[in-house]
Design a protein around this ligand. Structure first.
Ligand code: PMP
Length: 364
């Protein structure tokens, strides 16, 4: 609608308009329950129906088999940086990390407290603009897992396929915070997939963990109950009070994604949006630049710079005047970044591209 902006924020991020309107219509009195979802007991039948539906819709979307548990947790993806080693490693266990940006680096650093992680590849010397050649990775023989960040939100580098873990007893673990449910994923390739909700599927406060069931139940003794996957799996994510309203919102988003035809259709839209934006950058004769190697450019987060860096402030300011906000790049890398998650309409990207052309015409 006309009073809403095109919000290119990296997260919390834009949500589908129809989902917001549905939530609004149900806010005061959820489906005749006489109260809002925020006021309900998490153990009542109404909320149970909400969380069960959210889980089963997510299972449909990603085609998640019964070999996996789906957990709705708190603490953000950042908490998972610790939960993962605590749950599936002993303190002396080696594990491998591929570091393709700031988030993979943070995950690695946290793991050093709970096991023996090794960075087997880092994109840092190239300023995190690429991915490794998988066959050349020097994986540790006894590593318990190989961790990747499937989409680096700040650097805009996205895995298009995934490395195979060398040790057959080890698993692949992926932080999918910023590309969760943006395309189909073969869940069976992973031991654990985790994601904060606040980019593609809901508000902040919900963290989704999809974990192969045999990995549950081996936590280090010192693991806090809130970080123990077994506690949450045994209690269907209701060990303590869950983030009820956020889970409800995620459920509405899952319904919406299914209604769009599922993730195959969603991916097509995301490819199209990213394509027109990258084309605009690449076709600008160097006025705009994408630092990321073409084959691994993210469909979700598009960082770009201006050849005339001194114009970046003006770009962001002028765009905001036209209703396109949050285009400033992350403070650690500068430049601009357009996050174009599932809920960013094509019209938002088209408007941005038109603006970029005008801006270039004025300053080029
Ligand atoms: N991983 C990635 C890829 C992220 O983008 C973020 C948040 N921007 C995080 C982890 C941290 O998530 P949270 O703030 O939910 O802890």
């Amino acid at each position: 609608s006309t009073d809403r902006l095109f919000n290119f924020a990296a997260g919390p991020a834009t949500l589908p308009e129809n989902v917001l309107l549905k939530a609004q219509s149900e806010l005061y009195n959820w489906r005749g329950a006489g109260m809002s979802v925020m006021e309900m007991s998490h153990r009542g039948k109404e909320f149970l129906s909400i969380i069960q539906k959210a889980e089963s819709d997510l299972r449909k979307l990603l085609d998640i088999s019964d070999d996996y548990a789906v957990l709705f947790l708190q603490g953000g993806a950042t908490t998972q940086f610790a939960s993962i080693p605590l749950n599936i490693c002993k303190p002396e266990d080696p594990v491998d990390y591929i570091v393709t940006g700031s988030w993979g680096d943070k995950a690695y650093k946290e793991a050093t407290k709970y096991c023996k992680p090794k960075v087997i590849w880092t994109g840092k010397p190239e300023k995190y603009t690429g991915l490794p050649v998988f066959d050349e990775l020097d994986q540790s023989i006894n590593a318990r897992y190989l961790h990747i960040c499937a989409n680096e939100t700040i650097h805009g580098v996205e895995f298009k396929d995934y490395p195979t873990v060398k040790n057959k007893d080890a698993v692949l673990v992926a932080d999918m915070s910023s590309n969760f449910c943006s395309k189909p994923v073969d869940v069976s390739k992973f031991g654990i997939i985790y994601a904060g909700a606040q980019k593609n599927v809901g508000p902040s406060g919900v963290t989704i963990v999809i974990i192969r069931k045999d990995l549950i139940g081996h936590a280090q003794e010192s693991t806090p109950v809130m970080l123990d996957y077994k506690i949450h799996a045994d209690n269907n994510s209701l060990y303590n009070t869950p983030p009820c309203y956020g889970i409800y919102m995620c459920g509405l988003v899952f319904e919406d994604l299914l209604a769009q035809g599922g993730l195959v259709e969603v991916e097509k839209k995301n490819v199209k949006k990213a394509q027109i934006l990258y084309d605009a950058i690449d076709g600008s004769g160097g006025f705009y630049r994408s630092p990321v190697e073409k084959s691994v450019r993210s469909l979700m987060n598009v960082p770009f710079t201006l050849e005339k860096a001194e114009l970046e402030g003006e770009f962001v300011k002028e765009a905001a005047k036209e209703g396109m906000v949050q285009l400033k790049g992350h403070r650690s890398v500068g430049g601009m970044r357009a996050s174009i998650y599932n809920a960013m309409p094509l019209a938002g990207v088209e408007k941005l591209v038109a603006f970029m052309k005008e801006f270039q015409a004025k300053h080029g």
